[in-house]
Design a protein around this ligand. Structure first.
Ligand code: GLU
Length: 252
């Protein structure tokens, strides 16, 4: 008999100790064009609370471009890649300031780690990043990772912190990848056009059919959309690690 989806979820969660939490720009801005402090407060409250319960969390956060956009006063709307890179350079400071302030309120501290995909495919750099992250976790500091947008082009173009979060999950041997986005998850129909689109509660295997569903879902979630979340889930599933996609705008 097929197990109830909630039972499957509970069984998976029971084995989790270390979790990578990926947070998209649309969550951090609550759909607006600036970072929303209340969202950061909610995230910090929840992550500090699970940390007290013995979990380890590593955050992969977007939001740098969104945070810096308004300060490029010489340009109305940053559209070119160098303009987005400049926005990210400005916004990354703000992003980290918000995280640090909100986590401090719960007695926690954060650390910024900027990575690139190619750094993670170099064995030496992979091990260096891993050692840094394990040291931070050992000291009880919450690592906050973003793409080093100022030095990469492809990732900023295709918006791929989803894929970065999958690489980080492997890098730190996490037990779960949790993706916070602006949708409740993967739907059987496009929720943008279909009001009664059905939410798929559990995907046991990422097949071509599942990928096609994700492609058809015009999720406004960041630049990657639902397909890059399914791609990330597929990557970590190779190592037997589950992914949960949830709505990051839901309180607690
Ligand atoms: N790294 C970019 C940022 O922080 C976002 C990339 C993405 O959309 O996933 O703004």
């Amino acid at each position: 008999m097929k197990k109830d989806s909630l039972v499957v979820r509970e069984e998976l969660l029971r084995q989790v100790k270390r979790v990578v939490v990926k947070i998209g720009s649309n969550v951090l801005t609550a759909g607006s064009d600036v970072l929303h402090k209340e969202v950061f407060r909610n995230i910090a409250k929840n992550i500090s609370s699970i940390k007290k319960d013995g979990y380890e969390a590593i955050i992969v956060s977007s939001g740098a471009v969104a945070a810096g956009r308004k300060s490029l006063t010489c340009i109305e709307q940053p559209v070119s890649i160098p303009q987005k890179q400049a926005s990210a350079a400005i916004g990354q400071v703000r992003l980290m300031r918000l995280y640090e302030d909100c986590f401090n309120a719960h007695g926690d501290h954060t650390a910024q780690v900027l990575l690139t995909h190619d750094a993670l495919s170099d064995r030496k750099k992979f091990l260096n990043a891993r050692n840094t992250l394990f040291t931070l976790l050992h000291c009880g500091i919450i690592p906050i990772i973003n793409e080093n947008d100022s030095v990469v082009v492809d990732e900023i173009k295709f918006g791929d912190n989803d894929i970065l979060s999958a690489l980080v999950t492997n890098l730190v041997d996490a037990d779960l990848l949790l993706i916070l986005t602006d949708r409740d998850g993967l739907y059987a129909q496009d929720p943008q056009c279909c009001e009664d689109a059905v939410l798929i509660k559990v995907v046991e295997k990422i097949t071509k059919e599942v990928e096609n569903l994700a492609k058809g879902s015009s999720s406004s979630a960041g630049t990657g959309g639902m397909i890059s979340k399914v791609d990330a889930a597929k990557k970590v599933s190779i190592y037997g690690i589950p992914t949960i996609v949830v709505n990051g705008n839901t309180k607690n």
